[in-house]
Write a protein that binds this ligand. Structure first.
Ligand code: ZN
Length: 153
């Protein structure tokens, strides 16, 4: 069976950036299963899988505009550390929820600059060209209820 709208697809993947650095892989979490055509994957990956079948291994390159978008400098702020933690005990990689004019956002501390912290509310993969290696393990038709519930049974 070929991957098409409302097929249920199981695949293993490795995700690297354009320098070859491993960003994510299914080896830790196990194979990913999703219902095709519901927008569960980044658009460029989902469209590239269309028409392929179990047993195939694919190299798929997804540009930022078909993945997590471009890095927006307006979503980077430099704030006093004490606004993030009263004691100023802040380190790179910490994530904070903040209320902005765009609503509640999760921002990551990307650098410390003296008493200030640089926080970035972009998606961590914004602006990154995604290099997937995908091995399709299984493709089947959705069973009753899966489409209505929008999840795999
Ligand atoms: Zn259900």
């Amino acid at each position: 069976m070929q991957i098409g709208k409302h097929t249920v697809v199981t695949f293993e993947y490795e995700l690297r950036d354009d320098m070859g650095v491993l960003l994510d892989a299914s080896t830790d979490s196990g194979p990913l299963t999703y219902i095709h055509g519901l927008g569960r994957l980044v658009p460029g990956l989902e469209s590239a899988l269309e028409g392929h079948a179990a047993g195939e291994t694919l190299e798929i390159v997804v540009p930022p505009e078909s993945a997590y978008g471009f890095h927006d400098p307006a979503r980077v702020d430099v704030v006093p550390r004490t606004t993030l933690d009263p004691s100023g005990d802040v380190s790179v990689g910490m994530r904070f929820e903040s209320r902005t004019e765009r609503g509640i956002e999760v921002a990551t501390v990307t650098a410390l600059e003296g008493d200030n912290a640089r926080v970035d509310a972009n998606h961590p993969l914004a602006g990154i060209e995604l290099h997937f290696e995908v091995e399709i393990l299984d493709v089947r038709a959705a069973v009753e209820g899966e489409i209505d519930h929008r999840h795999v049974h």
